[in-house]
Design a protein around this ligand. Structure first.
Ligand SMILES: Cc1ncc(COP(=O)(O)O)c(C=O)c1O
Length: 396
């Protein structure tokens, strides 16, 4: 009976979502857990956020802050987000009309796509691109236009970008530090993107979730460039910065008109996000001793080197990571037909999970000799993973 219902075409997934299947992060984590593998796939830290933030959350629950919070987010948190950005030299956003608190960066992205796109609008993505971008654009009726950056050693060039622009292009998505590449975009790349946005009157969605995890160079936000503030949506999140990815607190900063569009979608997507976690976010941004963040940064710097050297020593070709907590590594001399087969073999035989990088590209056709490893994991696990990978045979 249930099987018959399951086969009923009435119950099928909408065609906009069919191409995206189940996100690779859920699939790999489930397979890693089932195999008892070391999970260097999904990018979540295996350590806790600062204890005082956890205490704020639990105190707020016990103090009765358990009902709906204001739709755009707590005013105190919106103020703290604006101050945090301005304090680091970025443009000023009005907390009342230009900052929205969302359910992680993921919902901020979805709200921006749903709130702004018309059916058939084209959105430029730089491949390899985080998987929520094309799916979110398609859900909103837009068309992702994916430009491969692999041949240019993952650099954004004017010619590649211009080649993707058409009369239907409405926006583009920029991500620096760049998941899964680990690059921090240079001033000249950002200037090229800004110039193209101005000349073609495009909106730029600037995903800056790894803005605080930069090891070489410094963070640049495209919103700070001339004539960009009013056409940029800056998206960021608490999760990466304070090791609390499960709390799903993010934000979107944009001009008043764009914020109105984002909130038009946000109010019907989730309406508001849990208040106790917003208080903790406010505490983190405005009161927490900076030494916690500094220590996390140093820990990640050490782990980045450990994983980089380990992967290199085990016959892979890791790229140098400037920002984020990922390393993109070439599979070197391994004879596997592609990144998916390599990851399958590594999971089954060596019990180490990582993400095949082709899933970040159009129809899985790019980056087929690259794998993404996360280094926001315990040192013991990174060492053991590397030891296991180095015992892998290059022959299939
Ligand atoms: C580039 C990028 N953007 C957005 C997100 C989603 O962030 P959040 O967990 O805050 O929804 C992630 C998470 O991995 C990411 O890597």
């Amino acid at each position: 009976m249930d099987a018959a219902h399951d086969r009923n075409p009435r119950n099928r997934t909408g065609s906009r979502l069919v191409p995206y299947g189940t996100t690779i992060f859920s699939t790999i984590t489930a397979r890693a857990n089932a195999a008892g593998a070391i999970n260097l796939g999904q990018g979540f830290p295996d350590s806790d956020p600062p204890r005082e933030l956890i205490e704020v959350v639990s105190d707020m629950h016990l103090a009765g802050r358990n009902q709906y919070s204001p739709m755009p987010g707590l005013p105190s948190l919106r103020g703290a987000v604006a101050e945090d950005r301005e304090g680091r030299g970025h443009v000023h956003w009005n907390p009342d009309s230009e900052v929205t608190i969302t359910s992680g960066a993921t919902e901020a992205l979805a709200a921006a796509f749903l709130g702004l796109l018309e059916i058939g609008d084209e959105v430029i993505l730089f491949d390899p691109a985080y998987d929520a971008y094309p799916a979110g654009i398609s859900m909103a009726g837009g068309t992702p236009v994916r430009l491969s950056m692999e041949d240019d050693d993952f650099a954004i060039t004017r010619s590649t970008l211009e080649a993707g622009i058409s009369s239907r292009t409405r926006m583009l998505v920029l991500n620096s530090p760049w998941n899964p590449v680990g690059r921090v975009l240079s001033a000249s790349e950002i200037a090229i993107v800004a110039d193209v946005c101005r000349r073609h009157d495009l909106i730029c969605i600037s995903d800056e979730v790894y803005e605080r995890l930069i090891f070489d160079g410094s963070h640049r936000s495209i919103a700070d460039l001339p004539d960009m503030r009013h056409r940029t949506v800056v998206i960021s999140s608490l999760g990466k910065r304070y090791s609390c990815t499960g709390w799903k607190i993010g934000w979107a900063c944009a001009s008043e008109a764009i914020t109105a569009a984002i909130r038009a979608a946000h109010q019907f997507l989730v309406f508001s996000v849990p208040e106790p976690h917003q208080h903790a976010a406010h505490h983190a941004l405005s009161r927490l001793d900076q030494s916690w963040e500094h220590e996390l940064h140093e820990t990640y710097r050490k782990r980045r080197s450990l994983l980089f050297e380990g992967l290199r020593g085990s016959g892979l070709n890791p790229r140098h990571t400037e920002g984020s907590y990922f390393i993109l590594a070439g599979i070197g001399d391994h004879q596997d037909s592609d990144d998916v087969s390599f990851c399958d073999r590594m999971l089954q035989d060596s019990r180490v999970a990582a993400i095949p990088a082709s899933i970040f590209t159009e129809r899985g056709q790019g980056c087929t000799r690259y794998v993404r490893f996360a280094f926001c994991k315990a040192e013991r696990d990174l060492n053991e993973a590397v030891a296991r990978i180095s015992r892998m045979s290059t022959n299939v």
